[in-house]
Design a protein around this ligand. Structure first.
Ligand SMILES: C[S@@+](CC[C@H](N)C(=O)[O-])C[C@H]1O[C@@H](n2cnc3c(N)ncnc32)[C@H](O)[C@@H]1O
Length: 231
């Protein structure tokens, strides 16, 4: 078995019994985080990164062209849940990067809190992503990427408001838009267009859009970049 480097640094491709999987190199070497398979290759621990469990993995699998998250990145992650995707982002950014992981449900955040005890690059914040001023005291440096997966009706506004608050010109935004959370009474394409227009109206520059089917139904993954007008 071999782990090949993906074109995105910190992401690996592992071929096993004719099947290809994405993986990240474990930061801690301490085994599985959420039940994902762990493979040891030449003494290095790789954690498989299932595209049905993580929208970032699904976007990469579906041909994402820009992946701003890399070693050393400072990431504001909104909608961290129990830390499934956050744990892989933690592997990618390494000890020199930081993930400020915001989750508003204290129950869901319990695992996130314990994950942060074994990974010093995760700063857990139990708060509401709609109100960035509430948690800005915990964010002590400029953010390179705002990653947003809150599955809420006002997703676009939450992304752009946080970018305005914590980023400067050239920073990136990554958002997984869930059509049914926007408006379940209209077709998915219409719900996507509604959010996309709102993102564009904020002055943020559109970089790319990736549909997450078949891994996630009616989800669009969007990458944007902060322009001077937006910040
Ligand atoms: C789809 S799940 C996130 C999954 C996670 N991103 C992953 O890939 O591992 C959405 C999460 O966003 C949280 N959430 C929803 N609205 C929020 C808000 N306004 N502020 C913070 N978290 C929120 C929910 O509690 C839920 O845990």
């Amino acid at each position: 078995m071999q782990a090949k480097e993906h074109k995105f640094s910190g992401v690996y491709v592992i071929e096993e019994k004719g099947k290809t999987s994405l993986a990240t190199r474990s930061l801690t070497g301490a085994g599985s985080v959420y039940g994902e398979k762990v493979i040891d290759i030449d003494g290095v621990e790789y954690r498989l990164w299932p595209s049905r469990r993580s929208k970032l993995s699904a976007a990469i699998r579906n041909g994402l062209r820009e992946m701003p998250i890399q070693r050393g990145s400072k990431v504001l992650y909104l909608g961290a849940a129990s830390g499934t995707t956050v744990s892989h982002v933690s592997d990618i950014v390494g000890e020199v990067g930081t993930i400020y992981a915001v989750e508003f449900s204290p129950k869901v955040a319990r695992n996130l809190l314990s994950l942060s005890q074994s990974r010093s690059n995760i700063v857990p914040i139990v708060d509401d992503a709609r109100y960035p001023t509430e948690y800005s005291p915990f964010i002590t440096e400029p953010i390179d990427i705002v990653y947003q997966d809150v599955a809420q009706p006002n997703q676009a506004a939450i992304l752009t408001e946080n970018m305005r608050h914590f980023c400067s010109f050239g920073a990136w935004g990554m958002i997984a838009i869930k059509a049914r959370s926007i408006d379940s009474s209209i077709p998915a394409s219409q719900a996507f267009n509604k959010e996309l227009s709102e993102i564009e109206a904020s002055g943020v520059g559109m970089v790319e859009k990736v549909n997450l089917a078949p891994f996630e139904k009616d989800h669009l993954f969007v990458v944007v970049r902060a322009t001077e007008a937006a910040i």
